[in-house]
Design a protein around this ligand. Structure first.
Ligand code: ATR
Length: 276
């Protein structure tokens, strides 16, 4: 049967093998999906071994997403903009195509699972690292009214905005950068794409940024998201963690590999029940 895997470092915690095996079960696809720990300096070698074993596709997580984008023979426009790939499609000849389904996953979870429209929304995206870069293009393509970016380090967020201005202009989306410490205005969707909670930091923005009833979304899940979600609820927002994004980015990768759309909402419900 066809072989797939997820590469990361660390990788033992990854839910991807369970998610993809469940997708395969529910869609009747015959495949094997493994978790593979690549050494920090050994991603390219691990990938070569995997292809030699007949691997037909891989997910890639921290810290190899940039390398995955660089080592593929072809790249989607999403990967070019993000500078990072989370999905590799491997042909029978071993050629690799890099894609990035993180942004598709976030958009699907917000619009389909949470039922919140992004079209016409005023979105605040906090952070300018790999997580933010991976989702900005697909967010723009939903044609919100505006997307405001902020980040602790201003130079990084200016560069991210600059890279996406052509796409934003073409979509008719106002893309602006603000100082994180002095945000003006309020937003209907606030997305936390920072690693602040992992660094022991608090929520990096003021609660005034939340319009009453806003959706406050943390791209993390589990304990790392708890601080942001509690803060959002305290301030009258609808709080949502990134578990749905995890399942939906996997569903988009599965569809790229197999040409079949798996039942993501069902698998998300099962995963939530497991983690509760
Ligand atoms: P990832 O791939 O998860 O995005 P990253 O590329 O290291 O990881 O980016 C981490 C993001 O979290 C950055 O936006 C970072 O801000 P800087 O660009 O200023 O480094 C943000 N971040 C990390 N710790 C933070 C903290 N304590 N407060 C605010 N922002 C923080």
């Amino acid at each position: 049967c066809d072989l797939y895997c997820v590469f990361g470092h660390p990788i033992a915690h990854s839910r991807s093998p369970w998610i993809h095996r469940r997708f395969a079960e529910l869609t009747g696809q015959n495949l094997d999906y493994q978790a593979r720990l690549a050494p920090l300096e050994g991603f390219a070698d691990s990938l070569r071994d995997f292809i030699a074993e007949g691997g037909r596709g891989a997910n890639v997580t921290v810290p190899f997403k940039h390398e995955a984008a660089a080592c593929a023979q072809t790249r989607s426009q999403r990967v070019e903009l993000a500078g990072a790939a989370n999905t590799l499609v491997i042909g029978a000849d071993g050629q690799m195509h890099a894609d990035n389904t993180d942004g598709l996953g976030l958009v699907a979870d917000i619009t389909r699972n949470a039922g919140v429209a992004l079209a016409g929304a005023d979105v605040l995206l906090v952070g300018a690292g790999g997580a933010a870069a991976g989702v900005l293009g697909p967010l723009i393509e939903q044609r919100p009214r505006s997307i405001t970016l902020c980040n602790r380090t201003r130079a990084k967020v200016d560069a991210l905005a600059l890279r996406h201005q052509v796409l934003a202009r073409a979509a008719g989306v106002t893309l602006a950068v603000q100082e994180q410490a002095a945000l003006a205005g309020d937003f209907s969707v606030v997305i936390n794409a920072t690693a602040a909670s992992l660094q022991g930091g608090g929520v990096p923005i003021a609660a005034q940024a939340l319009r009453p009833g806003a959706l406050a979304y943390d791209m993390m899940y589990g304990p790392a998201a708890q601080g942001f979600l509690a803060w959002a609820q305290q301030h009258g927002a609808v709080a949502r963690d990134g578990l749905g994004m995890l399942v939906e980015q996997a569903a988009a990768a599965f569809a790229l590999w197999r040409g079949v759309q798996p039942p993501a909402a069902q698998v998300l419900a099962e995963l939530r029940a497991q983690l509760a």
